[in-house]
Design a protein around this ligand. Structure first.
Ligand SMILES: [Zn+2]
Length: 434
């Protein structure tokens, strides 16, 4: 099976490629690039299927290292097949799913189940994270070796932060042995209890209990100290405050092995939108004030942040169709991530397009040590093609995800994923999958 993606603008930040060329694919692998100026172009691949990518941006397949697929246990919210379809529609070819399922991914059997279900769905690739602790209870480390052998690429108790410093210390020590990051959802639960939104001016005005920035920052500080103590590999998920960024900046300068991610919603929405009392604005960590959002944007363009991740958190209508305090936190983000970043950051001039592509490709690949995120010859033929000028309104009713929970509903955005190619097969085209 041969494929030629013709005349697109290729952006492959791993090798500083930015030029108009064809991408040649054979049997699920990248064969190479042929510049548009090559006089012999096309002569070697007579029977290839041709995709005309004129005017489009052709990138390595996008990687989202933070999704919740709710399978096993909560398939009514999302299952691995619908999650995979949402990922493909959103331009992603590899996603990593969090272990807060039922049962928890704390042993090889559950990890193997996730891998098998994703392969059966046959849409994109799903790599699981194992939990740091058994049942995510925060007390006893899970079978980390067994989890790695079953295909886990990192460890996280996301959503249930590891409150015991001694347990986190041991996890970070083991991360060296398995060469897999400990992905920390940094939140001191004693400081966030009953909190509904960011603590500040608007929490006072709206009369909702606040969550201080320090609830995140104290845990970032603790985990950085433990990473320094152990030499372990720490990845801080969904960083949302200026103070966290300062701590990470200092730690990186000091040589501590830390990486971090930021979500599209924390980059583009402030706590002011909570005033709508739309429960789709409830998320954990909460949407922060303008000052924090500006700090995140600055850190993103400076290169302090390693990747953009969605924290795709699909919920059933019942979990959101209720009063603010009772609503479950989370945004179904896979299908809007690229368009939100393109429209709000790239088209506005806040973020360079090459930088954006690296944050979705080589960035997460490096964090996880994956042999992906590039269009090098021999690599998996995972390709994301973006139409930078396509304008479309966000309509959750057309989502491939089972969930509809998004604060971006109704927004008109410019720059959407146009086609997703997974291992040499076209799996999504203009939002439709299959
Ligand atoms: Zn989290």
């Amino acid at each position: 099976m041969r494929l030629r993606v013709r005349d697109g603008r290729i952006i492959d930040p791993a090798h500083n490629v930015d030029s108009v060329a064809d991408v040649l694919i054979e049997d699920g692998r990248i064969v190479g690039l042929e510049p548009a100026t090559d006089p012999d172009r096309g002569s070697t691949q007579g029977d290839a299927q041709v995709i005309d990518a004129t005017g489009k941006i052709v990138c390595p397949g996008f990687i989202d290292m933070h999704v919740h697929f709710r399978d096993p246990g909560y398939e009514y919210k999302e299952d691995i097949e619908t999650g995979s379809r949402a990922a493909a529609a959103g331009g992603f070819t590899t996603v990593c799913c969090m272990p807060n399922t039922d049962p928890v991914i704390d042993n090889g059997a559950v990890a193997s189940y996730v891998r098998k279900r994703a392969q059966d769905a046959g849409v994109i690739d799903v790599l699981p994270f194992g939990s740091i602790t058994k049942r995510q209870a925060g007390e006893e480390l899970s079978e980390m070796g067994e989890l790695v052998r079953a295909g886990c690429v990192g460890f996280s108790d996301d959503g249930k932060p590891v409150m015991r410093a001694d347990v986190m210390r041991n996890a970070l020590s083991y991360s060296r042995i398995f060469n897999a990051p400990i992905i920390s959802h940094c939140e001191d639960l004693n400081l966030t209890r009953d909190g509904q939104m960011h603590e500040g001016y608007y929490s006072f005005v709206f009369g909702l209990k606040g969550i201080p920035a320090e609830a995140e920052e104290t845990m970032v500080a603790r985990d950085l100290l433990l990473a320094r103590l152990t030499g372990g590999r720490l990845h801080v998920c969904h960083v949302s405050t200026r103070g966290s960024l300062e701590l990470i900046r200092r730690a990186k300068a000091e040589g501590i092995a830390v990486t971090c991610e930021v979500t599209p919603h924390h980059l583009t929405l402030t706590d002011e939108v909570v005033g709508s009392y739309d429960t789709n604005t409830k998320v954990n960590p909460p949407l922060r004030s303008e000052d924090h959002v500006q700090a995140l944007r600055q850190a993103l363009s400076e290169g302090l942040i390693d990747c953009i991740a969605t924290d795709h958190a699909p919920h059933h209508l019942e979990s959101k169709d209720c009063e603010y305090a009772a609503a479950a936190p989370g945004i179904a983000g896979l299908e809007t991530a690229v368009a939100v970043i393109m429209d709000r950051l790239v088209h506005s001039g806040a973020l360079d397009i090459t930088k954006m592509v690296s944050l979705f490709t080589v960035g997460p690949a490096r964090v996880l040590g994956l042999d992906r995120g590039t269009l090098s010859p021999g690599a998996r033929a995972d390709i994301t093609i973006i139409d930078p000028d396509r304008v479309k309104r966000v309509n959750p009713e057309t989502f491939n995800s089972k969930a509809r929970n998004t604060p971006f509903a109704g927004m008109e955005l410019r720059g959407w994923p146009w086609m997703t190619i997974s291992e040499g097969r076209v799996v999504a085209h203009d939002g439709s999958v299959g």
